[in-house]
Design a protein around this ligand. Structure first.
Ligand SMILES: Nc1ccn([C@@H]2O[C@H](COP(=O)(O)OP(=O)(O)OP(=O)(O)O)[C@@H](O)[C@H]2O)c(=O)n1
Ligand SMILES: C[C@](O)(CO)[C@H](O)COP(=O)(O)O
Length: 230
C-alpha cells in the first residue's frame, strides 16, 4: 500500500536570545503589533501545506501558553533542548507517531518572521524529488575575508560560500538519525550540517534576502521594514 507523503514543520523556539539583550527571549518581542513567533507561525500556517507544526519551547517559558496560536489545532508543543539541534530533535520525536520516515520536514527558526509562502513553496517544489533535501540559502553580496585576529589571511572564493537560511527540508527518518548521531557536537549549528556529517550532500535553493534572522536589536526595525515592503 502506498502512502501519500506529508509535509511537517518543526519550529525551534527555545533559545534565550543572548545577542538580543532584551528582557525576554527575542521570539516574544513585539514586531508590528504581534510577537516575532506569532508572525513566523502565521506565515507557516498561511503556506497551507503542513500536516502540523511542532514548536519546541523551553519548559520554563511563561510566554508561549499566553499566545492564542499555541492552542491552534495544527500546532503541537514540544519541549525545547539545550541547543537548537536538541530542540529540533525533540520536535521530531513529538510527531513520531504520526510521521513516516519518508515524509518531509521543514525546520524553520522561530526567529525568522519574514518567511514568505513563496519561498516555502519554492523550496518544496525544487526539492520534492530529491534524495536528500536541502536549504534556502543566500549568496554573499560582499567580498569575503579569512582572518586570524584582525589580520586578513586570504580572500575566499564567493562562488563556493553561501549563507544558510531556513526552512531546511529533509526526510523525517534521515534528519532524525542524523541529529541523534551528532548529539552534543557543537559544529551542528543548522540541520544541514547534521546530514553533511553523514556524508550526504544537501542542496541549496536561492532564497529571498528579506528572510532575516532576528539576532541583534537593530534586526527588529529591519524586519518591520521588510514586512511593510512584502
Ligand atoms: N536551545 C535552543 C537554542 C536555539 N533555539 C532556536 O533556534 C533558532 C535560531 O537560534 P538563534 O538565533 O541562535 O537563537 P538564540 O539561541 O535564542 O540566540 P542567541 O544565540 O543570541 O542566544 C531560534 O528560533 C531559537 O529560539 C532553540 O530552539 N533551542
Ligand atoms: C539555522 C540558522 O538559522 C542558519 O543560518 C542559524 O545557524 C541558527 O542560528 P545560530 O546563530 O547559528 O545559532
Amino acid at each position: 500500500m502506498t502512502h501519500s507523503i506529508k509535509f511537517w514543520a518543526i519550529v525551534p523556539a527555545a533559545g534565550v536570545g543572548k545577542r538580543m539583550q532584551a528582557d525576554r527571549p527575542k521570539q516574544y518581542l513585539d514586531l508590528a503589533g504581534k510577537t516575532v513567533i506569532e508572525h513566523t507561525l502565521l506565515r507557516l500556517l498561511q503556506a497551507d501545506v503542513f500536516a502540523a507544526i511542532a514548536v519546541a519551547v523551553s519548559e520554563e517559558d511563561p510566554y508561549w501558553p499566553e499566545l492564542a496560536v499555541s492552542q491552534h489545532q495544527n500546532i503541537i508543543t514540544a519541549p525545547g533542548g539545550k541547543e537548537r539541534a536538541d530542540s529540533v530533535l525533540s520536535g521530531l520525536k513529538t510527531i513520531r507517531e504520526q510521521a513516516s520516515d519518508d515524509d518531509w520536514v521543514l525546520v524553520h527558526d522561530a526567529a525568522r518572521p519574514c518567511i514568505t509562502a513563496s519561498d516555502i513553496h519554492l523550496l518544496i517544489d525544487t526539492l520534492a524529488g530529491d534524495d536528500v533535501g536541502g536549504i534556502l540559502a543566500l549568496a554573499s553580496p560582499d567580498t569575503l575575508k579569512q582572518v586570524q585576529g584582525n589580520d586578513i589571511t586570504g580572500t575566499l572564493d564567493r562562488s563556493h560560500i553561501w549563507r544558510a537560511l531556513t526552512p531546511q527540508m529533509f526526510r523525517y527518518g534521515m534528519l532524525k538519525t542524523a541529529l541523534e548521531q551528532s548529539q552534543g557536537n557543537p559544529a551542528i549549528t543548522d540541520d544541514a550540517s547534521a546530514l553533511e556529517l553523514q556524508g550526504l550532500r544537501p542542496k541549496i535553493v536561492e532564497g529571498r534576502p528579506d528572510n532575516i534572522k532576528i539576532t541583534r536589536p537593530e534586526d527588529l526595525a529591519l524586519a518591520q521594514f521588510y514586512m511593510e515592503q512584502q
